[in-house]
Design a protein around this ligand. Structure first.
Ligand SMILES: [Zn+2]
Length: 587
């Protein structure tokens, strides 16, 4: 569009009506949202203005929200055919190729529009310019449409609103003539790295496979191109880049995350925490700037525990917790870890030398995609992590009495499966009582079960997590007491074996406050949350202070799934936050 760009200064300083006029057209036929947001002037940043508009709509209530959704045209719908779309919508739908559908695609989209409208009573809304702003292709659009048809109506209304805010984000960027240039670039790096996979048609990068080694080499070359002073691949396959301090004898800040993935995983899990600091180093090197501390960026080789049973092989080695017996573990093809490492040219004798001397470090920080729905639901781009949850896992079995389903009266049964079901309901209720407590019975099976037999045995798993060890343990004790009570009442007995226990890793107060300041400086809300998942920072926590920053994930924050997604605008904010932290951390 050929309009001259507007500036944030104009929005902050012009008389209200004139400023509102500049923001006209952001929300489809709904200029009141931007207008009301002007109450929050002055805005420290475009991100602050975006968030103010999000808040106006969130506080407006359901009726105006529905009206806004209904003010939107259908995708490739009648308005497009009759050319009565707004200029902005025409631009967006053309960019996505929707104005050039084949008759079959057009018919398919019409059918989806009809089904969606019939189910939800409002049109399907998708930010067709996508997470990078360059446009989703027609297949991506149709697949997203089909997927979202299965959602709950309340969720779908919220998802439409989130997509509207994303549409507005891009429209506002266009008005301001702003591009999240580094965000785009780092987004593209994720695409580039995702070309290497153990599997076709899915992103799978497990420890020391061909694809894994190519990833390491690519990251190594990338770090060199960014201007790191030292880049090496260490004895467990970590790619380590150091950007040296202005002076000798300076301490070191470590950061990084993992480049391996789960099977059929997402492109951002782990990798975001490697690429964000790499982009910062490149900017520093280009500007010829040095920090008062060394910056060590580690791309950890292994975190997910996919090929071998052991996990955190990469970060474990740095804290002296790479166990010799792991070398005898075998993958699904019977290849021992020792052999895989030798084939990759890694020298296991050097592993003990990787242990860092914590006294030389300021600490560890990690950027990671949230892998949960919280930030997405609240429309907040960044989150400051307060703690990585402690967890404990069990496998258990309840043993009752298998008996005839037709002849055993209900009051004389010793049903092992209903006993586990009762426990699962208790876990759900008990965990819901505490903030940030979670409990899951994820596996439940009746060995040799049969349709006409009362279950005599039922095996189950139990996973409990909490922000502190104390909360985790009290949850654990309550669940065990309930298990005992259930079994006593039902005349069955149980076994319960603990298989894993990890301590909670509360964030270091000083490093956490650096993240808070950084996020605050961007003009977006400083939101705190614990991490439900384990991360490399959890291992580093064993020897040095650590704090993490979460970045919002799209698609309800889904992770360990190809739908995992992040926008280049959010990635840009993460880079800006990281840069702020680097400039304000005095070692
Ligand atoms: Zn991860």
């Amino acid at each position: 569009m050929s309009h001259p760009h507007i500036t944030l200064n104009q929005i902050n300083t012009l008389p209200r009506a004139e400023a509102a006029a500049l923001l006209s057209g952001l929300y489809e036929h709904s200029d009141w949202i931007a207008e009301q947001a002007l109450d929050a002037r002055p805005f420290a940043s475009a991100a602050a203005l975006k968030h103010a508009m999000v808040k106006v709509l969130a506080n407006a209530g359901r009726a105006p929200q529905l009206a806004l959704v209904r003010a939107h045209p259908e995708l490739a719908g009648k308005a497009m055919v009759s050319k009565s779309l707004t200029a902005e919508s025409t631009h967006e739908q053309t960019k996505a190729g929707l104005t050039h559908c084949t008759p079959e695609e057009f018919a398919q989209i019409q059918q989806l529009n009809a089904s969606y409208n019939a189910k939800f009573g409002f049109p399907f809304i998708l930010a067709v310019r996508g997470p990078r702003g360059t446009g989703l292709n027609k297949q991506q659009i149709i697949r997203t449409f089909e997927r979202r048809l299965h959602n709950h109506p309340d969720y779908e209304l919220a998802e439409c609103l989130r997509n509207i805010h994303r549409i507005v984000e891009i429209r506002l960027n266009d008005k301001l003539g702003y591009e999240p240039a580094l965000g785009h670039e780092v987004w593209d790096w994720h695409e580039w790295l995702a070309q290497f996979s153990d599997a076709q048609d899915a992103l799978t990068v497990t420890y020391l496979t061909d694809a894994h080694l190519k990833c390491a080499r690519t990251i190594e070359l990338g770090m060199k191109a960014c201007g790191f002073d030292e880049v090496r691949i260490d004895a467990v396959g970590n790619v380590v880049g150091v950007y040296k301090a202005a002076s000798h004898n300076a301490k070191t800040l470590m950061t990084g995350s993992h480049y391996d993935t789960v099977r059929n995983g997402g492109k951002y899990d782990g990798r975001l925490g490697i690429f964000v600091p790499m982009a910062c180093v490149r900017e520093l090197a280009r500007a010829g700037k040095r920090l008062p501390f060394n910056l060590e960026v580690v791309a950890f080789a292994e975190e997910e525990g996919q090929r071998y049973k052991a996990t955190f092989l990469g970060s474990g080695a740095l804290v002296g917790d790479f166990k010799k017996e792991w070398l005898d573990q075998q993958d699904a093809d019977g290849v021992p870890l020792r052999q895989a490492m030798a084939q990759a040219g890694l020298d296991i004798n050097d592993i003990p030398k990787l242990t860092r001397n914590a006294a030389e470090y300021v600490g560890f920080v990690e950027v990671h995609i949230e892998q949960g729905p919280v930030l997405n639901e609240l429309d907040i781009p960044l989150g400051v992590v307060t703690s990585i949850n402690g967890s404990v896992r069990f496998v258990g079995e309840i043993v009752g009495m298998a008996s005839h389903a037709g002849t055993t009266p209900m009051d004389r049964r010793r049903d092992a499966a209903t006993a586990v079901a009762e426990l699962a309901l208790y876990v759900e209720k008990r965990a819901a009582q505490g903030a940030n407590l979670v409990g899951t019975i994820g596996m439940l099976s009746v060995p040799n079960g049969s349709i006409n037999v009362v279950p005599g045995r039922c095996q189950f798993s139990l996973d409990l997590r909490a922000t502190t060890n104390e909360l985790r343990d009290s949850l654990m004790h309550d669940v065990e007491a309930e298990l005992q009570a259930i079994c006593q009442r039902r005349g069955v007995h149980y076994t319960l074996e603990e298989t894993m226990r990890a301590s909670a890793a509360p964030s270091d107060a000083k490093l956490q406050s650096r993240w808070e300041n950084a996020v605050h400086s961007l003009g977006v809300p400083v939101f705190h949350l614990p991490s439900g998942a384990g991360h490399d920072a959890m291992k580093l926590h064993e020897v040095m202070p650590q704090a993490m920053l979460f970045v919002r994930g799209q698609n309800a924050g889904i992770s360990h799934n190809p739908l995992e997604s992040s926008t280049s605008d959010d990635i840009q904010l993460a880079i800006d936050a990281f840069m702020h932290l680097l400039h304000h951390l005095h070692a």
